[in-house]
Design a binder for this molecule. Structure first.
Ligand SMILES: Cc1cc2nc3c(=O)[nH]c(=O)nc-3n(C[C@H](O)[C@H](O)[C@H](O)COP(=O)(O)OP(=O)(O)OC[C@H]3O[C@@H](n4cnc5c(N)ncnc54)[C@H](O)[C@@H]3O)c2cc1C
Length: 429
């Protein structure tokens, strides 16, 4: 699609994900002339996520979320350790909820619609080929035959940050810093989702499953209940997958969908979507600098994702950074321009001081521990063997100590090494 737009804006935002859409909305609300560009058809068509968004930062940025596309409020969580057709589950149930399930495309479209209503110009099906640089300063974008200039460009291109790579600001992603996510959306009736998962109307759940579901490789499976569908998928740390994955990742997803203990929930549903995407697994993905002369980097492109193994926060962080970028444009105007130093003071430093950023970097050690394959193989086998010895009884009822010894033998992992591993993990997480 040809852009057919004026050739100068106050700000250009590249990528209509949650980060870019929020930046465009907040800039338009402040009265700036802003152009939001997206390579996909409509907002959100190219985005992939598991299924759950934490609400607190969104409320701070958007106010109440009454008209947001919320599917279900998550009130039940579980961590499952799966070893073939046995699994141990640790569940958490609450009457309160701080997160909701949704389709990312719907959430992003909701933000983009607000941005357009506030005066932002949104053009889809335009792939930005490069950032225009003059005298070492980013002055706009180039998309096919079109060149558009602006005082500042906000890079919200997501995890595949080719524009930043071309500019020499970041290197190609290392397999140790990213993971591959694959997801299916399985359509069921709203009633089936509510009843089969033991929920009430409007209630949702989130499960994380580790162990045999990823062939015991670092990563895990996730399950989120939407209004009338279930999102089921896997995340595999890329370096471990390259080294140790024996099956095709699609087969793993298929195995998960047909898992003997899980298929009762969604086995008769229709798979209506299949998608795959990279995601961030390490704070080391964060670029050295989040600004450049004329440029602000937000969302996944800035490495703003926190995956603890139990929870994932990327969308709310993307929204938060898009919001900060819009504030920074105001601040830079007042401080005399969009130089790297001013943008650093107005965007990078406030972001690095924020709880969001601090939470990401203080998990650096944990993100290394989460690559320990013994955690996903031996520890899982240990727990499942101990549980099966305790619960699957014949004539004899083993004592707890005997069950643990049995588990030690089966998992080839001593209680002491397991305890040390868990202590390190708990302290890191
Ligand atoms: C499998 C998986 C599960 C996840 N689960 C969760 C979860 O449950 N909860 C959560 O909070 N987060 C989750 N995340 C992370 C979350 O999806 C991201 O953190 C979030 O989408 C980042 O938002 P963003 O706007 O920075 O980037 P994106 O959402 O990736 O959006 C970037 C946009 O830029 C566009 N674009 C890229 N390059 C160009 C270009 N050159 N020109 C024009 N447009 C361009 C893309 O088409 C895309 O629309 C998950 C991610 C994956 C992969």
């Amino acid at each position: 699609m040809e852009m057919n737009q004026p050739s100068r804006f106050d700000a250009i935002v590249v990528g209509a994900g949650p980060a870019g859409a929020t930046a465009a909305l907040k800039l338009a609300e402040k009265g700036y002339k802003v152009l939001l560009l997206e390579r996909g058809r409509g907002a959100g068509s190219k985005q992939v996520f598991g299924g759950r968004v934490y609400a607190e930062l969104l409320r701070r940025v958007f106010g109440d979320l009454k008209d947001a596309p919320i599917h279900r409020w998550v009130k039940r969580e579980a961590l499952m350790l799966a070893d073939g057709d046995r699994l141990v589950a640790v569940a958490y149930w609450t009457a309160n909820s701080t997160s909701f399930t949704t389709y990312l495309g719907q959430l992003t479209s909701w933000i983009v619609e607000r941005a357009v209503n506030a005066g932002a110009v949104f053009v889809d099906e335009v792939r930005v080929d490069r950032l225009l640089v003059r005298d070492g300063r980013v002055v706009g974008i180039e998309a096919g035959p079109d060149r558009v200039e602006a005082d500042v460009v906000i890079d919200a291109e997501g995890v595949n940050r080719l524009l930043l790579e071309r500019l020499g600001l970041v290197a190609k992603p290392k397999p140790a810093h990213v993971a591959l996510g694959v997801k299916e959306v399985i359509r069921l009736s709203e009633k089936a989702v509510t009843e089969r998962f033991g929920l009430e109307d409007g209630e949702g759940l989130a499960w994380v499953i580790v162990g045999s579901v990823t062939d015991y490789l670092p990563g895990g499976a996730f399950v989120y209940t939407n209004k009338d569908s279930v999102s089921v998928g896997l995340v595999l740390h890329l370096d471990a997958a390259v080294r140790g994955l024996r099956a095709h990742v699609h087969e793993l997803v298929e195995r998960l969908r047909l898992h003997p203990l899980l298929r009762r929930y969604w086995g008769d549903g229709d798979v209506v979507e299949y998608s795959a995407h990279l995601t961030i697994e390490s704070p080391e993905f964060i670029p050295k600098s989040l600004v450049h002369d004329g440029l602000i980097v937000v969302g996944d492109a800035a490495g703003l994702l926190l995956s603890t193994g139990l929870t994932v926060r990327g969308v709310d962080y993307a929204v938060f950074s898009g919001f900060l970028a819009a504030e920074a444009v105001d601040c830079a105007r007042k401080e005399g321009g969009f130089t790297r130093d001013v943008l650093s003071a107005c965007y990078e430093q406030p972001l690095r001081r924020s709880a969001v950023y601090r939470d990401i970097v203080r998990r650096k050690r944990a993100s290394k521990l989460m690559k320990d394959e013994r955690l996903f193989r031996d520890a899982v086998r240990f727990a499942v063997k101990a549980a099966s010895t305790i619960y699957e009884l014949g004539e004899e009822t083993p004592k707890l100590a005997e069950a643990l010894e049995e588990a030690e033998r089966a998992a080839r992992l001593s209680k002491l090494s397991l305890a040390l591993m868990l202590i390190r993990l708990v302290r890191g997480l």
